[in-house]
Design a protein around this ligand. Sequence first.
Ligand code: SF4
Ligand code: SF4
Length: 255
Amino acid sequence: MALRYFCTTNISTQHHHHASVITLVSSSLSLTSTRMQNSIPAARNSKNKFITAENVKSLVSTVVLPSISSTPLESLHRGNWVKLICGASFEDVVDIRNLSLVYTLAGVDCIDCAADASVLSAVNEGIEAARDIVCLRRPWVMISVNDDKDLHFRKAEFDPEDCPADCSRPCENVCPANAITFQGKSTSVISHNTEAPRVLKDGVITERCYGCGRCLPVCPYDKIREVTYVRDAITTADLIKRNDVDAMEIHTSGR
Ligand code: SF4
Ligand code: SF4
């Protein structure tokens, strides 16, 4: 079994000395931790041009990367352990891969993600892409699970067909993850890996919704529902057998 560490509470992230790398590379990829772009391919920048590993490598070469000598465990003991929280419910593999790449380059100690096989693969792809660019130690990969109702494990949902045509759509404006879309009809976007078009439907883009709840109170017609869920224990058991999972965070009610 690959899993090495458990925790049952969130450990706060701290400012990291590699913030310049995060700013430089993430702005080139149009990524921030709070406002992320619509489902675009991992390797497109704000001008919708492809960013290759070579582009990232050349960007990274313009900043001085402090060497990272401590292991994640040593950082934990020293009290300067830093974790990227992708979100227990955030499942957009394109953004997750990009974030993992950028934060690995920045020297983060751990990447926390949803307990989902595709998400885990995206995190590890991002880590390995970063390690192909610069020789770095690997951050821990942590999955987040729950055993009871928990606000981190929920999605918003509504039927756009039920929305009055004259609604000003405050839900769309308030969503920090660009997880609510109204294109008027189905739209084709390029999907992760395959570059094949996939259909983006109106309403909540489930994989992008991380359950923050901001949209729930703003709907003047009370159309948005909260859907909570509990991660399946058997799926979790399979995930922790993988060699690319190092730790698990359990959101528990203590029952
Ligand atoms: S809960 Fe609503 S506002 Fe929050 S990420 Fe999901 S769709 Fe967006
Ligand atoms: S605010 Fe409510 S009614 Fe208006 S578009 Fe959003 S979900 Fe539909």
